[in-house]
Design a protein around this ligand. Sequence first.
Ligand SMILES: Nc1ncnc2c1ncn2[C@@H]1O[C@H](COP(=O)(O)OP(=O)(O)OP(=O)(O)O)[C@@H](O)[C@H]1O
Ligand SMILES: O=P(O)(O)OC[C@H]1O[C@](O)(CO)[C@@H](O)[C@@H]1O
Ligand SMILES: [Mg+2]
Length: 936
Amino acid sequence: MVGMVFRFHGLEVSGFVIPRFSGDGCFAGTELPRPHDTRPRARRKQSIHDSWLMERRRSSAIDHGACGDLAAELTARFPDDPHPIHTVYIRRPFSSIAHHFHVLITFALFSIPIGLLLLAPRRARNHPLSSSFPSDAQTTDDDKDDETASKMAPKKKIAIMTSGGDSPGMNAVVRACVRMAIYLGCDPYCIYEGYEGLVRGGDLIRKMEWHDVRGWLSEGGTLIGTARCMAFYEREGRLAAAKNLIAHGIDALIICGGDGSLTGADRFRAEWPSLLDELVEKGEFTEEEVTPYRHLNIVGLVGSIDNDLSGTDATIGCYSALQRICAAVDLIEATASSHSRAFVIEVMGRHCGWLALMAGVATGADFIFIPEKPREDNWREEMCRIVENHRKRGKRKTIVIIAEGALDREGNKITPQMVRDLLADKNGLAIDTRITTLGHVQRGGTAVAYDRMLATLQGVEAVKAVLDATPEMPTWVIAITENKIVRKPLMQAVQDTKKVAAAIESQDFDLAMSLRDAEFAEQYRSFMMTTAVQVNKEMLLPEKDRMRIGFINVGAPAGGMNAAVRAGVAYCLSRGHEPIAIYNGFAGFARHHDDQPVGSVRPFDWLEVDGWASKGGSEIGTNRELPSESGMETIANLIEQYRLDALFLIGGFEAFHAVSQLRKARDQYPSLCIPMTLLPATISNNVPGTEYSLGSDTCLNELVEYCDKIKQSASATRRRVFVIETQGGRSGYIATLGGLGVGASAVYTPEEGITLDMLATDVKHLKDVFAHDKGQSRAGRLILINEKASKVYNARLIADILRDEAHGRFEAREGIPGHMQQGGVPSPMDRCRAVRLAIRCIQHLEQFGRGVHNRVKNDPMSATVIGIKGASVVFTPIQKLEEEETDWPNRRPKTAFWLPLTEIVDILSGRPKHKKPEPELTGLKAKDVKRGLDDL
Ligand SMILES: Nc1ncnc2c1ncn2[C@@H]1O[C@H](COP(=O)(O)OP(=O)(O)OP(=O)(O)O)[C@@H](O)[C@H]1O
Ligand SMILES: O=P(O)(O)OC[C@H]1O[C@](O)(CO)[C@@H](O)[C@@H]1O
Ligand SMILES: [Mg+2]
C-alpha cells in the first residue's frame, strides 16, 4: 500500500490508513497497526465505506491509474473474503462529472456482499441482450469488457427498494429483480433501508451482482432493510431522494411496499418534474445533466402482510402472515377446547381487515371484527347470539378474531379487552375468556410457496415493465387478479386505497367493502354464512326449492377437502338443503351403504363438520374407484334410492373422470340426470378446467419447506447437489412451482421429458457453478424431478450420473419427500379457497332445483367443473373439457398454463439453454420410422 497516494481524509482500514488529501493529484496509503480495534473484520470494512463516503463529492477525483494494484492490495488484505475486490476506480479531484468514470470497490459485509459505488456514472459496460444466460459461474466479470464499454450505449440502471413493514417474500422480489435485470442487460442497484436510503444516498445505494442474492428465497424479512421514513413525507426529503437517484445515474426505480410506500411513490412521481427543476435552480445539476432523467420510471410492487392495496387480490407476504396466524389459532383451539374457553385473538391490520377476515374463514372462527365492515350498532347482542348458538350446539371452544384496526360504526375502536369483558360477563355468557395478541410473530419467518411465487413473478414483471415504459404510459403497479399477474395504473390503485380509508372515515362501509378486491366481499359473505348457520332465517329457501345434496370425495387426499365439505354443509344448512355425506368414495357408496350401525350414506352432523376447517386428509374418506368400477347401475340405483337431487364431488383427475362417466351414462340411467359439479382437489393440479386445485398450495408449502431443509444441508456440506423427486403424476406443475420457490438449478417435468443432452448441459453447468463457488459461499444446489418425468431417469440415477461426472469435484444425493407432499394441516389459501369455491358450487347446483331431470339432461351446465382460470372463477361443462381440453392418456389438461414459468425458473437460476427433447413418435408412425418405412 505504501507508495499509493490517496486524497481522502483520514480514511482507515484495519491495518492501513489513507491519509489526508495531499493536493498533488496522486494518492498514498500507509500501514497502521490497529491493535485496539477488536471489531470483526467486516465491521471494520464497513467503517471504510462510511468514512470514505462521507468524504465524497460529486466533483471529486477521477483517475483510472493504479486501480489494478489497489484491487490486488485490498484483496491481499482480506484473503479469506468470499467476494474479492475486482476493480477500484479512483476519481481525480474537481474533474468534471462529464468524464464519466466512477469509483467502485467491492467489499463483503457480513453475509451481504456489497458493490460500493462512488459517484456512479451514466457510463456502463454493456452486455448485449442476446448475451448468453447469466449463470452463477459467469456474473462478476466486470472488468473484461472495459475496452468495448465506451463504444456501447449506457446500460440501464434499475434500483430496487423495500419499504414500510417488512413482509415475507421481499427478498424473493429483490432476487428476481436483480437477476432479471442482469439477464436483460441492465445494472441492478439496491437501495438499502427503504426511503431512508433514498434520502440519505451514499453507500445505502449499491450495485448488485448475480451471486449477491443467492439463497435469498428462503430468507424472511428483507435483507436490504426497510424503514418508516419521516423525511420522505416532506418535500425536502423527496428532493434529496431525487438528487441521489440522479447522482447515481439510476434510470428506474422498483419499490416494493405497502399502501403507504406506494402512496409515497405516487407522490414522488407526481412531483418529479418540479423536483428536477428545483435541483437545477439550486445548481445541484445542469439542465443537460437532468435531461436524461426527465421521465421518472417507477414501478410498484405490493409487499405488505396487510393486503391493503386496492386493485390486487394479494400482496407479497400476506399469505405467509396468514399462515402464521392460522397456525397459531389452530394451536390455540386445542387448549380452548380443553378448557371450554373463549379466545380473543388480535391480528395485525391497522386499516385493513384482510388478515382477520381470512383467518376467520380459514379457521372457522366464531366471530370477527374488521375495520371495513363494522358490525351493526347491536354488535354485542349479535356476537353473543352467535356464540350462544354455537355453544348450545355443543361447541366447546369460541374463537373471536379482531383486526388491530377494528372499529364500531361510529369510528370508535373495538379492543380485545372490550370483547373479552363481554364474553366473560357474569350476567351474560360467562365464558372463561383469554386474549392473545399475535404481534410481530405474524410478519416473521420465511415466505410460504405462494409468496415466493408471487414475489418472483411480479419481480420479473416489474423489470419488464420498467424496460417497456415510455413517458406516455402510466406508472404501473404489478398486481394479481385471481391467478393472473397484471399491470395496473399505480395512481388509480393508490386513489382507490385512499377511498377505502375515506369511506371508513365517512362510515360508508358498503363502499369500503366494494373498494377491496372482489374476493374480499365474497369471503365476508362466506364467513357470515358458515358461522351463523341457521341463525339468519332470511337465508332459508322455500320448502319446494330445498334439495338433498350428496357430497363425495374421489381420488387421493388433498388439503382443503374437509374445509370445502364444511363450507358446503354450512351453506346447505343455512339454505334449508339437506347435505348427505357419502363416505369412502364410490367404493363406499356401492358396497357399504347399508353397513350397520352406520352406512356410508348419512346426513352430516354439523357439530362434527364444524371442526373440520383446519383438518388435513379427508374426513369422509376418499379413494380412486370410478363409478364404472363400482358398477354404474348400482350407483344410479343408489342415487335414486337416496333421493339425491344433486351431487357435489371434490377430488382430482379420478373425480373428473367420474363426472365424465356419470354424464355419459345419463342416457341409460335417468336417475343420473341430476346436477353435478366438481371442485378440483389434487396436489397434482392436473384437472382440466382450472389452473388451481385445492391441495396444490399445501403441497407446495410442504415441498418448499422440505427443499429448504435439504438445501441447507447441501449448503452446509458446500459443494453438493440434491435431486428431489416430486409427486404430481404426469403433471410437472408441482415440480416447476416448487423449483420456482426454492431456486432449483434445473426442473425435469413429464411435459418436457429428459434427454442426455439436457443432462449433459446441466452437469456442465453444475461443474462450472461449483468451480466458481468460493468455499465459504452457500453453495448447495437442488434439482427437482417429477416422478414421471422419464421412464429411464429417476432421482437416484440422475444423482449417480452427477456424482460420477463430477469426478470428485462435488457430491450428489437424491431425496424423495413422497406422501409428505399431501401435507398435514392444509394451507390457509387452500382452506379459504375451499370455502369460497364450495359455496359457489352449491349455489350453482341449487339453481337447478329439484326434479328437473329433462332440463338437466339437455343442459351442458348441469355437469361442470368449477375452476380458477386467469382472472376469473368459472364453471365449464365437463363435456367440453372431456372432448376439447383433456389429454386423456397423460391425465392432464392439453395445455398447461404454467409451462412458460419453466423459463423463469431457468433464467433465475442461471441454467444454460438446453436442447428441448424431440416430440415422442407414437403408433404407426413410430413403427414405420423404426422399420425404415418413413422419414425420421
Ligand atoms: N403520503 C405519503 N407521502 C410520502 N411518503 C409516504 C407517504 N405515505 C407513506 N410514505 C412513505 O412510505 C413509508 C412506509 O409507509 P407505511 O409506514 O404506511 O408502510 P406501508 O408501506 O403501508 O407498509 P405496511 O403498512 O405494510 O407496514 C413511510 O415511512 C414514508 O416514508
Ligand atoms: O412494526 P411496526 O412498525 O410497529 O408496524 C406494525 C404495523 O405494520 C403492519 O404489520 C404492516 O406491516 C401493520 O398491520 C401493523 O400495524
Ligand atoms: Mg400499510
